[in-house]
Design a protein around this ligand. Structure first.
Ligand SMILES: [Zn+2]
Length: 380
């Protein structure tokens, strides 16, 4: 149950080969190591089970049993969200993930894992660095998905060093002042190296304002640009409370970046540049592997489309065509359009940006793509 390799897990899920057995994708909010709403879980599971054939029900039950084992024995008291993907059958697959941020109540049965909520999580909580400064220590923390994943550096200078008869009061003050200055300077140097080596783009300072303001003033220009907030904290603050406080200010910045992305999309459209909007054009750009970034509104819900079970042709219309336009076959299977778009994006290393509350994006159909090159005219 680790969260450091989230991009790797997403890729594994996006590229999982299809078998006859159904995949259960289960997202659940957790409270104190238990499901937040067990009844909702049970009724959703029953509903999904009813929609399956007898043979599929056997595979479903076996896949569900593994999820139940996690629910019974493996939930951590500190976890706030659970994502499990389970498939039985000849090529079983099982991936349970716990997070310190909440997830929606969502369960789906499909031929492939439903990864949208995991991708949204990955987009919302990038990594950032917190420098927690107190009177006697500096800690540099790497935050990933709402949890401290690495404590990069900590030092407690002995500021009371040689206090005593041999020091006159003023001399001691000057000495202490000089040591503190060097201590901050040294810590900032370490921070600088860690941020550039780790490719971090966001920094938050936490600590008593009198100290963080001083550290902020000493930051080199490029680190000041990456600084997104000063969060007040005292030496006795619990680490989890500090992380919680930094998380909300980080998410505001993430929102800001989302809006900038939408602005870029609109600008590219207006200037005849490399962008498409709407379900049809975006779906095509992703299928062709020509999208650099998929931008979608949180509310975007294009529903189900149809795919030809013979040649794999996709049709995003709600009604299935009488014949497959590509191979003339008559057998179709429904698919979730948004899930397919996100899977195509992850498969081709196209970035996914989920945008909260953007009227501009909703006005454009809730979805768009920034392109790596222009689409051919005949595409859609
Ligand atoms: Zn076909």
């Amino acid at each position: 149950m680790e969260r450091k390799n989230l991009p790797k897990h997403v890729h594994t899920l996006a590229t999982l080969p299809v078998t006859d057995a159904p995949v259960i994708s289960c997202y659940q909010p957790l409270v104190e190591g238990r499901l937040a709403d067990r009844n909702a879980f049970d009724s959703r599971v029953q509903l999904l089970r009813h929609g399956l054939s007898i043979q599929e029900q056997h595979a479903f039950d076996a896949a569900l049993a593994r999820i139940e084992r996690v629910l019974a024995t493996e939930l951590l008291a500190t976890s706030k969200g659970l994502a499990v993907y389970s498939r039985a059958g000849e090529q079983p697959f099982f991936l349970p993930l716990q997070f310190q941020v909440s997830l929606p109540n969502w369960i789906a049965v499909d031929r492939t894992p439903n990864i949208y909520h995991l991708v949204e999580l990955k987009d919302t909580y990038h990594r950032y660095v917190v420098m927690l400064v107190t009177e006697d220590s500096i800690r540099i923390l790497q935050i990933n998905l709402g949890a401290v994943t690495a404590q990069l550096w900590e030092e407690r200078p002995d500021l009371r060093y040689r206090v005593g008869r041999e020091w006159m009061k003023g001399e001691f003050q000057r000495h202490r002042e000089e040591r503190t200055r060097k201590f901050f300077q040294n810590a900032i140097e370490v921070l600088n190296q860690l941020m550039s080596a780790g490719g971090y783009r966001h920094l938050i300072l936490a600590g008593p304002p009198s100290i963080t303001s001083r550290v902020q003033a000493s930051l080199p220009k490029h680190l000041q640009r990456q600084l997104i907030d000063n969060v007040p904290a005292s030496g006795t603050s619990r680490l989890s409370d500090v992380v919680e406080a930094t998380l909300s200010s980080f998410m505001e910045v993430e929102e800001q970046e989302s809006r900038t992305t939408v602005g870029n999309l609109v600008h590219q459209l207006r200037t005849g540049g490399l962008a498409v909007v709407g379900t049809g054009a975006s779906f095509c750009a992703l299928r062709c592997g020509r999208a650099d970034m998929l931008v979608l509104s949180k509310e975007y819900d294009p529903g189900l489309g149809w795919t030809c079970t013979h040649c794999g042709h996709f049709d995003i219309n709600a009604e299935a065509p009488p014949l497959c336009p590509r191979c003339n076959a008559r057998a179709f299977r429904r698919f979730n359009i948004k899930e397919q778009m996100v899977r195509d994006a992850e498969e081709s290393d196209c970035m996914v940006e989920v945008v909260n509350q953007s009227d501009a994006l909703i006005h454009l159909g809730g979805v768009g793509c920034l392109l790596s090159y222009r689409l051919p005219e005949e595409c859609w």
